[in-house]
Structures are given as C-alpha cells and as structure tokens.
Design a protein around this ligand. Structure first.
Ligand code: ADP
Length: 439
C-alpha cells in the first residue's frame, strides 16, 4: 500500500522550554480540575488538601521527567517514547476496536477488540493484508491523501451477519502541518443498533398487517350491507356478528400493543406491592369459567395453605395468568383438563421463589417452536391463533411482565403430551411466606 506521506518517522525533539512549560501547565490544570470537582461537591474542607496532594505528586513526576531528559541527551527522546507508550496504553484501554497505522499503512499498535474483528492484524505488517475489506482500505487511502477524517460502513457476512463502521483519522505532527504521520482507525460495532432497527421495522410491519386484516373485513361487510345485503335481514345479522368479532379483535390487538409498550417503558422499575398469588389465580379461573365450559375443559388448582406473597403489580400478574390459562383452554382443549399448581421453592442461590405451573394435556408444541414462542406475533399456527381470537402477543407480554418482576417463564412440551408453562417469581422478603418452613 502506498500513501502520500512523510517518510521521516523520527520525531524531532520538542524544545525543552516548550516541554517544561507544558508540564507546568499540566500540573496547574490538574490542580484546577481537582478544585473544581471538589468545590462542585461542596466539600470545602478538601479544597485545600486534595490539590496540595496532587501538586506534590505532579511535582515529583515533573522532576523525575526533567531528570530523565537532562540525563539522556539534549534530544528529548524520552518524551517521545513516553508519548508512544501512552498512545499504546490509551489504545489498549479503549473499548472499541482501534488500530494505529504508520505512514506506510503498517500496524503500529492495536487493542484486543481490534484483534477480535481482524485476527490477522500484526504489528509491523500492512493493515490492508489483514483487513481485506475494500471499504476500509478505500477509507484509509482517502484519509491519507485528503488528510481528512474518513468514514466507511461495512458488513461481515460470515460467521454471522455483523455491521461495523470505521473512522480513519489522520494524525499530524505539530511541526509539519502538511505531513500525515499516523492514521487512527476506530471501529464501532453497529450490529446491535441494526438488529433493533430490523426488529422495529418487522414489528411495525407485523402490527400493521394484523390490523389491516380485520379492517379489510370490516370495510367489506360495510360495503355489502350498504349494497347487495341492504334489505336482507338474515344476512345483516350474520354480518354484524362477524363485524363485532373483527372489531373486538382489533381492540384486543391495540390493547395488547399498548400494554406491551407500557410494560417496556417501566421495565426497569420493579413493582413493590405485596401480592398473594392464589387469589389472583382463582379470580382468573372464575373469569374464564365460560370458556372452559364451552371447550369442555376442567380446571383444577393445587396450592399450599400458606399464602405465596410476591412483590408485584396485581393487574400485570392477572394478565400473565389470563394469558397462560386462556392459551391452555384454547390450544390444549383436546386434553380436557388444565391443572394449575402453585408452590414455593428455593433457587440455586438459596433465595425463595413462588412457582406457578399451568399444565394442559393438548397436542403440545414441537421443540423447534419453543424458543420463539415469546417473540411478538410468533404463532405455531397463524390460522388457528386467529380463529381462537389470538393476537400473537400474549406470551411476549408474559415474558416482559416476568422480566419487570425479576421473574422467569419456562415452557416444557412434547408433541402429543400437552404443555406446561411455568412462571417463577422471587418471594417478597418479610412476607408471611418468606420463612423456610412455609415452603
Ligand atoms: P396468541 O394470541 O396467538 O395465543 P400467544 O403469544 O399467547 O399468542 O401464543 C403464541 C402461540 O403459542 C400460539 O399462537 C400457539 O400457537 C402457541 N401456544 C401457546 N400456548 C399453547 C399451548 N398451551 N399449547 C399449544 N400451543 C400453544
């Protein structure tokens, strides 16, 4: 690789007076920053002590540096070497992949993160051989020629799709404003941002699609009722029933979307109200009695005598059990029974948790679907979900509510043997059930 550069790489000695003045400025600056920081905290008693201590340390550092310079030679090489070491240390400490190239495009130094994205990079060797990314090589060439910071984005398809951007900054020496002596490459991993962007785009597309289907049905029926079926009383009643179902589906979808965004907004705030699990489960079963009867399913509850108190938001926990029990009744109806088991348990780390398992004896779910069930809009069978009035957001909601409550959701199932959805929540400390005896 060739670049228009200054080939003289021996740094000229900085004038001594300049170097000493610089050090004194450094000491003064450190003291001023310390005073500002301490003063800003209002801790006035330390205002005098801390800068004084810093001044002593800085003076010792300054004198030792002066001694080094004086002992060696008039050429202030140690200063330059200090600078090199400092640059190497600073680059090593940077979290993002960073590489320093010399005027010939050879690697001077790089950090561990750079080695991860380009394992072939070696100090002293041309970066172009190791990087082999046309966008990056072109940015290096442009930065060297134009002496301006250049930016490029590139993707790595193998082993997994990842996106990066690189900034190539030419570094010039003070004494030779025309010459570029070094190029600093800083990489940034754009993969998480791109993934979030993709998820957002998918989410909007899915949500719009889910809303468009019932909306199209509603518009169709309105047209029919205004036209051909205007005077057909029987058809009108049938169509109005379908329209009601579609409108309810849209309302459910909007309700689920709003709940998801509300829970996401509060994801970092852990609910603190002590809530007993059993009354919530009983209330949900009562509310779903009609559905259970319709599907011919018997629901049983097994719970300890003692309350299982967790720190929770009552409405959100109700939502969790509504979703799990309703799914068991809808998708597992063929098994004819749904069992809900509440219990207390100890975690591996010795903490206490409340465990609630909802088990059905329906067709079950095959293994390949299990890890994806909590994704928004993921369904094993879209048509069946729609027929059952599903939105595809129920389990995503359960997962988000569990995260906010520092709880967990696990799913176990084998095709033909039904499914068990288990939630685990930390027992509220100080509650009646937080003694080991009770669980
Ligand atoms: P939906 O609104 O479609 O019910 P969920 O997020 O609650 O959305 O569930 C996602 C999918 O998981 C469902 O569409 C269904 O395919 C599957 N599923 C959920 N619970 C069960 C269950 N108990 N048995 C079999 N499949 C289930």
């Amino acid at each position: 690789m060739s670049m228009e550069t200054n080939n003289d790489r021996t740094p000229p000695p900085p004038p001594e007076a300049h170097s000493g003045r610089y050090d004194l400025w450094m000491i003064a600056a450190i003291a001023v920053v310390a005073i500002a920081l301490v003063g800003a905290r209002g801790d006035l008693s330390a205002v005098i002590g801390i800068p004084a201590a810093i001044a002593v340390v800085a003076a010792a550092w300054y004198l030792s540096r002066r001694a080094l310079i004086d002992d060696a030679t008039d050429v202030a090489l140690p200063v330059a070497l200090d600078g090199e070491d400092l640059i190497t240390d600073v680059i090593a400490a940077l979290p993002d992949p960073t590489v320093l190239l010399d005027a010939d495009g050879r690697v001077v130094t790089m950090n561990a993160s750079a080695r991860v994205i380009a394992p072939a990079l070696r100090p002293g060797e041309p970066a172009s051989l190791a990087l082999r990314i046309p966008e990056v090589i072109d940015a290096i060439r442009r930065a060297a020629l134009g002496r301006t910071t250049e930016h490029a984005e590139f993707a790595e398809r193998v082993p997994s799709g990842r996106w990066f951007e690189v900034f190539v900054t030419p570094l010039r020496r003070d004494d030779n404003a025309d010459a570029t002596t070094r190029l600093l490459l800083t990489f940034r991993d754009l993969t998480p941002i791109r993934r979030v962007e993709e998820m957002r785009v998918d989410f909007v597309a899915n949500a719009s699609h889910e809303l468009r289907t019932p909306l199209a049905a509603l518009s169709g029926f309105i047209e029919t009722l205004q036209g051909p079926a205007r005077n057909d009383a029987a058809a009108r009643d049938r169509f109005l029933d379908i329209m009601e179902a579609q409108a309810k589906r849209m309302a459910r979808l909007i309700d689920d979307l709003l709940s998801l965004s509300r829970i996401e907004l509060a994801a970092h705030v852990r609910p603190e109200t002590p809530v007993d699990l059993l009354p919530i489960v009983r209330q949900v079963i009562d509310a779903l009695q009609m559905l259970a009867r319709d599907r011919g399913v018997t629901v049983t509850v097994n719970a300890p005598k003692e309350p299982l108190i967790v720190s929770a938001n009552r409405d959100e926990l109700t939502r969790v059990f509504e979703n799990l029990v309703e799914n068991a009744l809808k998708y597992g109806a063929s098994g004819k029974r749904v069992e809900i088991a509440l219990s207390g348990a100890f975690t591996v780390s010795g903490g206490e948790e409340a465990v609630a398992a909802v088990r059905d004896y329906g067709p079950g779910i095959s293994a390949e679907h299990l890890p994806r069930l909590t994704e928004r809009f993921y369904r094993v069978d879209v048509t069946e979900s729609r027929q059952q009035g599903g939105t595809g957001l129920g389990l995503a909601l359960v997962k988000h509510i569990m995260n906010r409550h520092r709880g967990r959701l696990s799913i176990e199932s084998r095709p033909g043997e039904g499914a068990t959805f288990t939630v685990r929540l930390p027992i509220s400390t100080g509650s009646a059930s937080s003694t080991k005896k009770t669980i």
